[in-house]
Write a protein that binds this ligand. Sequence first.
Ligand code: GLU
Length: 306
Amino acid sequence: MAAGRFAPSPSGELHLGNLRTALLAWLFARSTERRFLLRVEDLDRVRAGAEAAQLTELTALGLSWDGEVSRQSERLHHYDDAVTHLRNDGRLFECFCTRRDIAEAASAPHVLPGHYPGTCRNLSESEREAARSVRPAALRLRACVDSYEVRDLLHGTYAGAVDDFVVVRNDGVPAYNLAVVVDDAEQGIDQVVRGEDLLSSAPRQAYLGSLLELPPVEYAHVPLALNPEGRRLAKRDGSVTLEALTAEGWDVLQIRALILRSLGLPDFSLETALEAFDPEQLPREAWVVDPSNLSSTDDAAATPNR
Ligand code: GLU
């Protein structure tokens, strides 16, 4: 059965922008009769206690998900199978570059901006052997395209860069782009709703999915929450998490209402929001949140920038 998902990284508390994305992922899934899954992306940046806090916050918002919460750290064998598939197809190469090596080589005129410069793509076996004694290798994809197209419900057809990106880090941990593609397919997820900051990753992921012969997914990259300076909302911006806002006297349902209003949806209950939900009507611009001037009764301080 078709499914959507929310896939938080347990690196800290969810702020208003993350909570809004979670609500949207739930609305997209439930309004299309999909299952809604929760997957904790805990392969890096884990903070003790963050997962439990995030699940409590999502529940407090009234969101429910199907089945058990899954964790990437418990799914490593799935990534190993995908790596074997890619290796058998000759799609991987060992890369010994440091960030600095890449930054230096990437400034060469023939390198496309943001692309891996190809330094380790064609090393000989003896060069690889010598390099292995200096540092462990990451595994990169041998990409045969520069760009790949995806379908996004909010952005239409989107073509973006694909390069020889990392699929296994040099500490042996599967890279985000590999894990997300393998998980979405293996969990039957065919609708990926997440923040717009990940739109540029979608072509790499979709291309990788095609190499692994996985079914394509439908994307919806939703607008981010920004602070008044136009930067992505972050905890340092002030009271932008449930914990901080409730400490200031907000009720969770007031916070949920604020988020629903920012989406142009009725703020009374999740059921009424679900009935009114129409992706076509969603604000396409960022949600500007001024934490020093948030109001629980009107949305003057936090309006969608339509
Ligand atoms: N774990 C990622 C994040 O919290 C989201 C990944 C995804 O939705 O594909 O930013």
